[in-house]
Design a protein. Structure first.
Length: 785
């Protein structure tokens, strides 16, 4: 790149800085929200990355490359997309406004082609790494795609987040030469100028994990000064100076800057700078490489040249570069005043009439923008897999069996399906065998970029590692599990190949990866995750392994359908349906509910459960009706009027339960019958779908001021206005709303304390989940009626 090209890029970056600053400014100074809440935005954090991002989009990226942008640099991204012609001008004044640009980059809500959502710091850094893991898998299984580079632009304080180091350390992410992280090394976080410079520590951590590290520390002015006689003293002093002192220089000019700069410096430095006039000294000593376009492009090229491992570039920058708030310790959320904005505009030769203009298309900068727009344009990708997932597998259960075991068997059966099998990919954080993925792994093998020799032969588990394997094994990091699942579920877009991703994790540790779970679904990803085993039914394992709040979490997570079956066939139907939805087009032909999109969370158990009651219900309802109800979220497992005809006219209750506790509930129903109470038993297969159905009718009623109806999913399984006991191996709260939905008194039973070790019976006793307690709860519910 010659000097002319660098000058053109420099002109572009000045305009990018202006637009990014003004986008935030307009949102704050020109919008009347009437609510007294500050709109906000980050001019300083944005300015910091203007150079690195201008260099990327206007001189480095190709159409197939994918980039995660640091959350607080979203205005820079949108300014660039605008200059490239990919964003309508009307959006520029609508940052953080409804229907406008999101505060932080959003794949699903921003209009201009965001590759990775960001916002929760740390996750946006790791996402492209797992997108590259996904690409490596896709290339190995479905043929090589056009080459992509996966880039993350991250803040330096993001490196404090543990998930970054979990991602870097996992063997699954090694050797990815198409990954580049650019650290915006401005040595400031939100609260402060970070004490000390931790570059050596971080360099060591990256290098120990096998990464290639590049530092872009000095700009050209400084590099030239260092090369002069005596320049070494200057260099040594700038390197040795405390970070806080260095940062303070950005707020100073003239003699005050010189005085501060030389405070504590050796005499040789004072001598060296004695001839440099005041107006040049500041720009010289603050000339950092992260704002030198040629130095940045050179660093990117160095990363491209290293193809056998990921790269990280530490770009030394100034937070607030080019703005009057540069380097100020309190600049994270600082906004320029109107006068300061006017001065920035005037300095660029713009006026209020021309301030939002694109680059003049006839100018060298405008021509470059036009060329880049063309070379970065990309055809949209097909989301649907275009295969039909069967409605059920051949898995049959005659003996008592646990849902965890059925889950494993269904996957093995689907792996044999000529259409579906090759698209399945499983992953687990070191719990594949203990969550029953062994059968699938025996059948499909473990993925490794190159074939690995096996040193031990285990006849039970054939852990063959090769590029054909369909299980990606992770170290113990639930963050990595959900980050990988999130990216596997976006492979249709980021790697041009839809997949059917399935992950497993011990249910309590879903919480450990929760932020990444949210991240994936917020990004619009679709996958299946099984949380197994779950609840106090995992009795001997004790409190640290017994999940209680996960059912509520699953129910409440947007973009996630929470499913907790008890019986083999219902799980088979539900899992096949979930994979069918994932394989389907954007608006899947829904089951009983309207289109749902996103992830499916199956909460499973290792408790063997007698399948006979399900078969009885099946005989009563028939497969078609039963399947429809199972998928809709609930069916009547025992109809008291049919099971106990002699109780016609007797007091009636309904016992609603999910998952492993159903045997106790069935026994309670039988005991109630003996006491002259008719008890329906409802197996709630998806509390989430029921809740959503209820909410839909309520909201409809609220919005149209009409009487809400009882949704079909509830009506076919429950009896209206009949007292209800809810029973759940989970916090009692998750099911408690059913009373309101049925307009009936409710007694919710569940686990509201930390668990402990014991037998299932002992622990059910402790938490009032044994049949006797359920009977008493039913009588209490009747008495409340
Ligand atoms: C998980 C998470 N915790 C906290 C925040 C709030 N936060 C936003 S930016 C920031 C500081 C980021 O500093 P750095 O990464 O160095 O960015 P920059 O200096 O470029 O603004 C914090 C704490 C967040 N967005 N996400
Ligand atoms: Mg920072």
């Amino acid at each position: 790149m010659n000097q002319h090209d660098i000058d053109v890029l420099d002109e572009i970056q000045r305009r990018v800085l202006w637009l990014a600053t003004r986008i935030v400014d307009a949102a704050n100074r020109e919008r009347v929200t009437g609510d007294g809440v500050k709109v906000g935005g980050h001019q300083a954090s944005s300015a910091s990355l203007v150079g690195a991002m201008t260099a990327l989009w206007f001189a480095h990226l190709d159409a197939e490359d994918r980039v995660a942008v640091k959350p607080h640099a979203s205005p820079v991204f949108h300014a660039i997309q605008y200059l490239l012609g990919n964003l309508d001008r009307s959006y520029l004044t609508r940052l953080r406004a409804r229907g406008g640009l999101q505060s932080y980059p959003s794949r699903t809500k921003d209009p201009d082609g965001v590759d990775f959502s960001t916002g929760s710091v740390g996750l946006g850094a790791a996402a492209p790494l797992f997108a590259a893991v996904t690409r490596r898998y896709v290339d190995a299984h479905f043929g090589t795609r056009p080459h992509s580079r996966f880039v993350a632009l991250i803040g330096d304080a993001e490196l404090d987040e543990g998930n970054i180091w979990e991602a870097v350390a996992d063997p699954a992410t090694t050797g990815l030469g198409n990954v580049m992280w650019v650290v915006d090394f401005n040595r400031q976080s939100l609260d402060r100028v970070v004490p000390g410079v931790r570059i050596d520590q971080w360099r060591g951590q990256f290098e120990a994990a096998g990464w290639h590290v590049v530092e872009v520390k000095y700009g050209r002015k400084l590099a030239e000064a260092y090369a002069q006689p005596g320049g070494e003293a200057l260099r040594d002093w700038i390197d040795a100076m405390p970070n806080e002192q260095y940062q303070s220089l950005f707020g100073l000019t003239g003699p005050a800057l010189r005085k501060q700069f030389l405070d504590g410096a050796p005499d040789a430095v004072a001598t060296f700078v004695a001839d440099i006039p005041d107006d040049r000294l500041g720009p010289l000593v603050t000339d950092l490489g992260g704002h030198d376009l040629a130095a940045l492009l050179d660093a990117y090229a160095q990363c491209d040249a290293v193809t056998d491992r990921p790269s990280v570039v530490f770009a030394y920058t100034v937070k607030g570069w080019g703005l009057p708030i540069a380097g100020n310790p309190r600049n994270h959320s600082a906004l320029l005043s109107g006068e300061q904005v006017d001065a920035q505009r005037a300095a660029l030769g713009l006026t209020p009439d021309t301030e939002w203009d694109r680059l003049d298309p006839a100018s060298p900068a405008g021509i470059r923008a036009g060329q880049r727009r063309e070379s970065l344009s990309r055809a949209p990708r097909e989301r649907a897999l275009g295969v039909t997932v069967p409605q059920a597998t051949k898995v049959r259960a005659t003996k008592p069996i646990s849902t965890q075991e059925v889950f494993g068997r269904v996957l093995v059966d689907l792996a044999r399906d000529p259409q579906v099998g090759r698209y399945l990919v499983t992953t687990a954080p070191d719990v594949a065998t203990s969550t029953n993925l062994a059968g699938f792994i025996n059948k499909t093998g473990v993925f490794a970029p190159t074939a690995q020799r096996s040193w031990s032969e285990d006849r039970m588990l054939r852990w063959t590692e090769s590029p054909d394997g369909q299980h990606i094994e992770l170290g113990i990091s639930e963050m990595n599990l959900f980050l990988l699942l999130g990216q596997l579920g976006l492979a249709w877009d980021l790697s041009g190949q839809p997949l059917l991703p399935v992950g497993t994790v011990y249910d309590p540790f879903v919480l450990r990866g929760l932020d990444a779970f949210l991240y994936g679904t917020y990004s619009g990803s679709r996958f299946v995750v099984a949380g197994t085993p779950s609840g106090i039914t995992l009795a001997p394992e004790g409190g640290a392994h017994q999940s209680t709040i996960t059912a509520s979490v699953g129910l409440e997570l947007p973009g996630v359908t929470f499913i907790e079956p008890a019986y083999a066939t219902s799980l088979d139907w539900l899992l096949c349906d979930a994979l069918g939805q994932i394989a389907g087009p954007d608006q899947p032909a829904a089951t009983a509910a309207p289109a749902e999109d996103g992830a499916y969370y199956f909460r499973l158990s290792t408790r063997p459960v007698d399948q006979a009651p399900f078969e009885t219900a099946r005989a009563r309802l028939g497969d078609a009706v039963l399947r429809r109800q199972v998928l809709a979220g609930a069916y009547r497992l025992v109809d008291a009027h049919q099971a106990y005809p002699h109780l016609a006219g007797a007091p009636t209750v309904q016992l609603a339960a999910s998952g492993a506790v159903l045997p106790e509930v069935l026994t309670a129903a039988a005991e109630l019958a003996e006491e002259g109470v008719a008890a329906h038993v409802v197996d709630v297969t998806s509390l989430d779908r029921l809740y959503r159905a209820w909410q839909r009718t309520l909201r409809q009623g609220v919005r149209t001021a009409t009487v809400p109806s009882v949704p079909g999913a509830l009506r076919s399984a429950f009896a209206d206005r009949v007292p209800v006991v809810t029973v759940h191996d989970a916090a009692s709260h998750a099911m408690a709303w059913l009373g309101s939905a049925l307009a009936a008194p409710a007694v919710p039973l569940g686990v509201d304390e930390f668990g402990q070790s014991g037998s299932v019976e002992e622990l059910y006793d402790l938490h009032d989940l044994l049949p006797g307690s359920i009977v008493n709860a039913a009588l209490a519910a009747l008495s409340l009626h």
